[in-house]
Design a protein around this ligand. Structure first.
Ligand code: AMP
Ligand code: ZN
Length: 113
């Protein structure tokens, strides 16, 4: 998508602090961290949100969930972490490109972080 912030980050047109990258997936640090470790994991190909996951594009979601524990291990999140994806207005989704927040590094509350 031409006017999508995370597509531009995936394409390297907007800088990010990368923590993991392969052909399908990029993980980078959230610009406004809500926990000591706050990383976003995105498919490089545009998917708007969880609501747009289909049998045709879901393989990358499985791949993302293989990468998340590797990132958590690299980040030293031995006491646990939270994976969150906000979908739509009621969830407060602000960037309309599917992303999974990894939050950790402190005891998390029952709020998102
Ligand atoms: P959400 O509110 O679930 O859609 O999450 C969007 C996240 O993207 C927020 O936590 C923002 O802080 C984060 N964010 C927005 N712009 C950037 C950026 N340029 N680089 C890194 N994270 C960003
Ligand atoms: Zn996008």
């Amino acid at each position: 998508m031409t006017d999508c912030l995370f597509c531009k980050i995936a394409a390297g047109q907007i800088p990010s602090t990368k923590v993991y990258e392969d052909e399908q997936v990029l993980a980078f640090r959230d610009i406004a961290p809500m926990a000591p470790t706050h990383i976003l994991v995105i498919p490089k190909a545009h998917i708007g949100s969880v609501a747009e996951v289909t049998p045709a594009n879901s393989a990358v979601i499985a791949h993302i969930f293989e990468i998340i524990p590797l990132i958590a291990q690299t980040e030293g999140l031995t006491e646990g972490y939270r994976v969150v994806s906000n979908c739509g207005a009621h969830a407060g989704q602000t960037v309309q490109h599917l992303h999974f927040h990894i939050l950790g590094g402190r005891q998390l509350t029952l709020e998102m972080a």
